[in-house]
Design a protein around this ligand. Structure first.
Ligand code: 3PG
Length: 307
């Protein structure tokens, strides 16, 4: 049984060693493809493997076609918009994610990004504090909940909107105000932390109207996906409202233009770093390895996302 770890953005060494140990114990062989620069390298590496662990690496129909023995792909992380689920299903390949395993790292970064913008990107001048400010959490999943708890510890007023959670008990238990519409959330948030996945429904859904409705001096924080932003709308809102700010962990297509136009009101990390901690790599990587063994040995499909 051959399992490939294909990570353009490699895991921490400790995570790779841990994954290898889990597979060795199961009697599997681990292959490693890191920092690859060309799709052809991935196509070649999958030729003989039955299992695949990835991060944001793209598993397209072409990659699946190049892997005739493939049985399972595990995205070590939350978002699986980088995998062609339908093509995998058509080939009988199970796709899983590892929900929650890297959430803390992303939540910590979201809060850090807020401080960074509140303090003028660590340059001279008077900044502001997070304490007492209103934070709106758009989608209350694993990351959103952690952001909420940490924000409360900082003395922020926390509200959240999630169209898929109708039961208010979850919000109540966390002491978080449950907001009934996305419009209400944006209109009442000094900081808006995005945690929605990139789907056909959410792509380009955050734009001019929602941004323009935000309170004076508001900051939009994106540790989710660039695709959910309508970049033209964002640009128009930042142009009309010199008080608005945008910080993102996923560089927009128009990054250079936004940086030139908006100076200290815009920042994008050079490479997505939300889940770039040793802890997150170990949690997600080892969970991915265990899920592969559990599927191959016992048929466990608990975390399958393409049923
Ligand atoms: C996720 O969906 O889990 C995060 O976006 C992390 O992605 P990464 O593994 O590519 O850093």
């Amino acid at each position: 049984m051959k399992i490939l770890i294909a990570t353009e953005k490699p895991f921490a060494r400790e995570a790779v060693e841990g994954i290898k140990a889990i597979f060795a114990e199961a009697g599997y062989e681990t292959l490693l493809l890191e920092k690859y620069t060309d799709k052809a390298q991935l196509l070649e590496a999958v030729a003989d493997v039955e299992g695949l662990i990835i991060r944001s690496d793209k598993v397209t129909a072409e990659v699946l076609a190049a892997a005739p023995k493939l049985r399972i792909v595990v995205r070590a992380g939350a978002g699986y918009d980088n995998v062609d689920l339908a093509a995998a299903k058509a080939k009988g390949v199970v796709v899983m994610n590892t929900p929650g395993q890297n959430s803390n790292a992303v939540a910590e970064l979201a809060l850090g990004m807020m401080v960074y913008m509140a303090r003028n990107q660590f340059t001279a001048g008077t900044g502001s504090e997070l304490q007492g400010k209103r934070i709106g959490i758009h989608a209350y999943g694993n990351v959103g909940r952690l952001v909420g708890r940490k924000a409360k510890a900082l003395g922020m007023e926390v509200a959240a909107f999630d169209p898929f959670i109708t039961d208010g008990a979850l919000f109540e238990a966390d002491g978080v105000r449950k907001v009934e519409s996305v419009e209400e959330l944006y209109a009442s948030s000094d900081y808006l932390s995005l945690h929605i996945p990139a789907t056909e429904q959410t792509k380009r859904s955050i734009g001019y109207k929602l941004l323009m409705s935000m309170p004076k001096g508001a900051t939009l924080v994106n540790t989710a996906r660039k695709e959910v932003i309508d970049e033209e709308g964002l640009k128009a809102a930042l142009t009309e409202r010199p008080d608005l700010k945008y910080i993102t962990d996923i560089a927009p297509d128009s990054k250079d233009e936004l940086a030139a136009l908006f100076g200290k009101r815009f920042f994008a990390t050079p490479k997505k770093m939300g889940a770039e901690t040793a802890e997150a790599n170990i949690n997600a990587g080892l969970a991915a390895a265990r899920q592969i063994v559990d599927y191959i040995e016992n048929g466990n499909t608990r975390f399958q996302v393409n049923k």
